[in-house]
Design a protein around this ligand. Structure first.
Ligand code: GAP
Length: 509
């Protein structure tokens, strides 16, 4: 199948999200705040359906393992602020850094690894280079034309990462939004953790951090979970929760935010079984995203190259990303979820830094062996997942450009069905309202009697509602309603007492 997201406009998607109440800028009435987003009435339902589907498929009803038996999985909900020693042990205090570059002229700040430069093909002394942010070369081409006039041609340049440009050449680099060369600073490391203070005194002693990942809450509770539940290796602990990163350049809508939600699993295994479990989770997670509607050519599984691996994964069985082709990465892909073999790095670090040492080891009765389990970690972003679902579902109507369908998988659609009286008289509203009250105990349904029926259908198509049931004149005679399908726009008549069974069949319980 050819790539399908190339022609989708991100500006149109962002505008739809705003207009229909999926996603708003945080603090919009004060001009917003960069890197923070709010979920509106439809967005919160969509994101919750995604998280609920994940929780159900991981914790409540976990998948079968390689032996055909359901996996041993439990859930957890840990705090956002933890003892700061956790972040020293995990390596985040020393190492959770991004290289950052400032522009002295525009006061903009960029992540150095996201900056590229147009460098002349023919090496000339003092020749200008033009920097741009990954995926946004236009300002650099504009700068090139401004500096060199009409003969400026990007074909005479090659593209190189800024991090490969030696410091002495920075004097000739024009920043992405600057008017003259030499305004970019050399890259400096910038720690991504948000800091705060606990209690009344603000000093080094009272400093704490907002968690940059939910994973460490799981590792810090490893012993509590083993001691209080009946889990045995191999088993997993799952958590959904907020994480915070002071990203240097938040961008691409919610894709890179400063506050976001993660859905993480730490799956504890015997070290000898790492390869098998790594492959199991990599495939399981890819297939899960497919099962909720990210099918087709926009989803891919990509194994990391050796030089991309995180510090804890260097010696491991591997790391892969489940990637989605977002309109702003297209034709390339962006990370949705990482699946990493974290080895026993975290448990060993916590054993050492907490002073618990070997007490944090797991005793395996079957093997009669005490060891630090290895970990396979599938770590997904709920906001990136929600954004991918919106981008995938977004389908402009080819015959009417102003009209849009959101073709959500029924399982994650914010509203499952709408119930309408065809007109607001002749007893139709009463029958429709009765059906609405019956359905709403089981499904998120909406009742609407305003505007023409065509406008009401269009509203639901845009909200991604898979079915609409309409009570009309015939209902009053033969107790049937029309069931309209969002994707085919076909209508069929079904008995009013069969509507609930219809939804159960098409959407699930
Ligand atoms: N515990 C491992 C971990 O945190 P990560 O790759 O840094 O790994 C996991 O993050 C997932 O969290 C990513 O795949 C992505 O979906 C999401 N994520 C990370 N940074 C994000 C950001 N700034 N904004 C939105 N989502 C983010």
């Amino acid at each position: 199948t050819p790539p399908t997201n190339i022609n989708k406009s991100m500006d149109d998607i962002v505008a739809l999200c705003r207009r229909r109440g999926f996603i708003f800028q945080s603090s919009e009435i004060y001009g917003g705040i960069n890197g923070f987003w709010d979920y509106g009435p439809l967005g919160v339902l969509l994101k919750k359906n995604l998280k609920d589907a994940w929780w159900r498929d991981i914790v409540t009803c976990p998948p079968d393992g390689p032996d055909g038996q359901p996996l041993d999985m439990v859930g957890l909900d840990t705090t956002i602020i933890m003892n700061p020693k956790v972040w020293v042990a995990s390596g985040h205090v020393q190492g959770f850094n991004d290289p950052m570059v400032d522009c002295r002229e525009t006061k903009s700040r960029y992540r150095a690894d996201q900056l590229y430069v147009y460098k002349p093909q023919q090496a000339e002394q003092n020749a200008l280079m033009f920097a741009f942010l990954e995926g946004e070369p236009e300002p650099a081409v504009k700068n090139m034309k401004k500096a060199l006039g009409k003969q400026a041609d990007p074909a005479n340049y090659f593209i190189e990462p800024l991090l490969k440009v030696p410091a002495y050449e920075y004097a000739y680099v024009v920043g992405p939004h600057a008017s003259k060369p030499g305004t970019l600073t050399e890259p400096r490391m910038f720690n991504l953790m948000f800091e705060t203070y606990i209690g009344a005194v603000r000093d080094e002693e009272s400093k704490a951090y907002l968690r940059p990942e939910t994973a460490q809450g799981i590792f810090a509770n490893f012993r509590n979970v083993v001691d209080t539940s009946r889990v045995k290796v191999p088993f997993g602990i799952a958590q959904i929760g907020k994480a915070f990163r002071n990203e240097v350049t938040p961008r691409n809508f919610t894709f890179r935010s400063r506050e976001f939600e993660q859905m993480e699993i730490e799956f504890f295994i015997h070290p000898d079984t790492a390869r098998e479990w790594y492959q199991y989770w990599r495939d399981a997670r890819y297939n899960w995203w497919k099962s909720i509607g990210l099918a087709g050519s926009n989803l891919q599984l990509r194994e990391h190259e050796k030089d991309e691996l995180a510090h804890y994964a260097k010696e491991g069985a591997g790391t892969s990303d489940v990637e989605y082709r977002f309109p702003f990465t297209s034709p390339g892909f962006g990370e949705l979820e990482g699946v990493a073999h974290r080895t026993d790095f975290d448990l060993r670090q916590h054993a050492e830094h907490s002073g618990l040492g070997d007490k944090l080891k797991y005793f395996d009765q079957e093997r009669n062996e005490r060891y630090f389990p290895h970990v396979i970690e599938p770590s997904a972003g709920a906001d990136r997942g929600t954004l991918a679902l919106i981008c995938e579902a977004y389908t402009p109507d080819e015959s009417r450009p102003s009209k849009v369908f959101l073709r959500f998988h029924p399982r994650i659609a914010p509203i499952k069905a709408a119930v309408y009286p065809l007109v607001n008289k002749d007893g139709m509203p009463e029958v429709a309202h009765k059906l609405y009250r019956q359905l709403r105990g089981k499904y998120t349904v909406e009742y609407d009697a305003k505007q023409s029926i065509g406008k009401r259908y269009a509203r639901m198509d845009e909200a991604g509602t898979p079915y609409c049931f309409t009570i009309d004149g015939q209902t009053l005679q033969d107790q049937t309603v029309t069931a309209r399908d969002r994707d085919t726009q076909q209508q069929q008549r079904i008995a009013i007492d069969q509507v609930e069974a219809f939804l159960a069949q098409h959407i699930g319980g």
